[in-house]
Each structure stands twice: as structure tokens, then as C-alpha cells.
Ligand binder design. Structure first.
Ligand code: FES
Length: 106
């Protein structure tokens, strides 16, 4: 029997240019990987307000604006920044890695 890893590799760091977002589907999760101001952040890709895909939204610093109804979240902690969103966005802990974006499994 093999033990499940407690981390999950999402993509290469080089796959996500500074200021951009990559949608990653893996292990039953649909995630948005952000490269913002020199660091990587990972959240659920689906907006908590509706069907908006946050990887198709607009990233401004650490704020992601959903392109569906223009609600926004802080990608560092998932807190709502602007309505109509009211429910916090799920975020994932990014594990330091030289070449890959790796998260801790929830
Ligand atoms: S679906 Fe994202 S703001 Fe409405």
C-alpha cells in the first residue's frame, strides 16, 4: 500500500508569467494559479458568486476580479474585496519549490 502524498504539483513555475493566471485541473480540483508581484498563489478557479472562472478574470496586484459580475477577492487569503461576492474564496498553501508550483493538500 502506498501512502498518498500530502502535496500536489500543479505546473512549472515558468508556465505562469508574472501578472498572469493559469487554470489547472488535477486530482478532482479546478484551480487558478497566480503569479503576482514575484510570488505564486493558488485558489479555487470557480468564483463563489456564480459560474465565473477566475483564471479568465483580471489580476491587479493581489486582487482578482471575476469577469462575470466584477466581484473581486484577495488571492492571498481569499477575502472578498468587492461585491456582489460575499463568500470567501478557498485558498491553498503554496509549498516552496525551485521549479514547480506545489500546494499542500487540504
Ligand atoms: S460569478 Fe463571479 S462575480 Fe458573479
Amino acid at each position: 500500500m502506498t501512502e498518498a502524498s500530502d502535496t500536489l504539483e500543479l505546473c512549472a513555475r515558468a508556465d505562469v508569467a508574472e501578472g498572469s493566471i493559469l487554470k489547472v485541473e488535477t486530482d478532482g480540483l479546478v484551480l487558478a494559479v497566480y503569479h503576482a508581484e514575484g510570488a505564486f498563489y493558488v485558489t479555487d478557479d470557480t468564483c463563489t458568486h456564480g459560474p465565473g472562472s477566475l483564471s479568465e478574470g483580471y489580476l491587479d496586484g493581489h486582487v482578482i476580479e471575476c469577469d462575470f459580475h466584477n466581484g473581486s477577492f484577495d488571492i492571498r487569503d481569499g477575502e472578498v474585496v468587492a461585491p456582489p461576492c460575499v463568500v470567501k474564496l478557498k485558498t491553498y498553501k503554496v509549498i516552496p519549490h525551485e521549479t514547480m508550483v506545489v500546494i499542500a493538500r487540504a
